[in-house]
Design a protein. Structure first.
Length: 411
């Protein structure tokens, strides 16, 4: 999951970032110090599933990085005294590559008891209002729909059954495979001061990203004839979004929420889409249900619901949809780097080797044999280099941790 503070901030940065999002040239990120110190707590209590919780602090508006996880004691408690403690999961080791989070096993939470989320930070206790655990309807299936102009793809949900209240929210857990901009065949070993070929299929070209879907997904069936959703679009993906470039998998977790929670999330979504329009509710006006138990005047960002859940997932391969539109070329050109400059490029400029360099044949003859290593007369092979971010998929936030039963052979 992404923090609410970060979601609101990212909207402001979107227009500038969009022009640079599809190449290995990245903008200079000028950090702005400061922040209001407002605590943000996120993580609905999911009875029958794992509950994930983010505890973060506000940052300056110009900062687009995810705020760090605050050290805290986190747990879910029930009216009958049952308590389920959280464990901290570091970034890249669990379901989310982008950030650390707290994980609580609420798969066997007593649904007959009211419960609440409690967070203790340096002796200060924050808690949401006591919650009844709501029933939700059954998710029947997920599907996708591509617009006629092929600019957008909608992820749609179908669900039916009796739920409490007719208000819904979905949490999306995404996994997708993507590639670096260039596939390097060699890497630099600084200890040996040498450039070496990857062995046994090893690479930094293919990566897998695990993250929460950034969309705020809610719905109400109160104006419908029955509490049923058929092909209801809950999120959209643009044709130039790297998530959909290869293989994209999303698991949607459906929960039932109260009318107050539905209004809260809709206000957040409206505030984000309007980028703080003149008449849109400002973040400080969007009140949640989390309180400092020692100082009720403190403003805390977040709204916690408690619900039984239903879920479904879908895998969308680009080879079947032909939906993804790749960027037109890359602005970076591989550069020949002499051996005496390897360490300078590696340490000072953050460049990595790309491939062995073969001088062009002035006679236009056959392609050189890769087994015949050319050199500059010193007996040392030469290589072209590129910025690290262009040849290492991990710089985009993903990892080399391939999901089990993933349908491709890449490693």
């Amino acid at each position: 999951m992404r923090s609410l503070v970060h979601s609101l901030r990212m909207i402001v940065a979107t227009a500038f970032a969009a022009a640079l999002a599809f190449s290995c040239v990245y903008p200079f990120d000028a950090k702005v110090e400061g922040g209001g110190g407002i605590i943000s707590i996120e993580g609905d209590i999911l009875a029958g599933d794992w509950t994930t919780v983010l505890v973060t602090g506000s940052q300056a508006l110009a900062t687009t990085d995810l705020p760090p996880l605050i050290d805290a004691t986190v747990y879910v408690e029930s009216r009958n005294g049952q308590r389920k403690n959280a464990v901290r999961v570091e970034a890249g080791t669990g379901d989310f590559a982008e950030h650390a989070y707290y994980l609580i096993d609420t798969r066997k939470l007593d649904v007959s008891q009211q419960c609440r989320l409690v967070v203790v930070i340096e002796g200060t206790t924050y808690a949401c209002d006591w919650q009844d655990i709501r029933r939700t309807s059954q998710v029947d299936s997920l599907s996708y729909q591509i617009a006629e102009d092929r600019e957008w793809m909608d992820i749609c949900v179908s669900a039916h059954g009796e739920a409490d209240g007719g208000y819904y929210r979905w949490i999306g857990r995404e996994v997708y495979e993507y590639k670096a901009d260039f596939q390097a065949t060699v890497y630099f070993d600084p200890a040996a001061d040498s450039v070496t070929y990857f062995a046994d299929g090893a690479n930094y070209y293919y990566c897998w990203m695990r993250r929460s879907a950034p969309d705020i997904m809610t719905a109400s069936t109160l104006q419908m004839e029955e509490d049923r959703l058929i092909g209801y679009p809950v999120m959209s993906i643009n044709c130039r979004d790297e998530r959909i470039s290869y293989y994209y998998n999303i698991c949607l977790i459906q929960e039932s929420i109260s009318e107050d929670a539905w209004r809260y999330w809709n206000n957040i979504a409206r505030n984000s889409s309007e980028v703080g329009g003149l008449f849109s509710p400002q973040p400080s006006e969007i009140r949640g249900n989390i309180h400092n138990l020692q100082d009720t005047t403190e403003y805390v960002i977040g709204y916690i619901s408690a619900s039984q859940v239903s879920s479904a997932q879908i895998m969308i391969p680009n080879h079947a949809t032909q939906f993804y539109v790749a960027p037109d070329g890359f602005p970076e050109v591989p550069k020949l780097v002499r051996r005496n400059e390897w360490r300078k490029y590696y340490y000072d400029l953050d460049w990595w080797p790309y491939r062995m360099y073969f001088p062009p044949d002035p006679d236009g003859g056959e392609e050189p044999d890769p087994s015949e290593e050319p050199d500059d007369g010193s007996g040392v092979a030469e290589y072209t280099w590129l910025p690290h971010r262009c040849v290492d998929c991990r710089t985009k936030g993903g990892t080399k941790r391939k999901p089990a039963e993933w349908p491709t052979i890449e490693i």
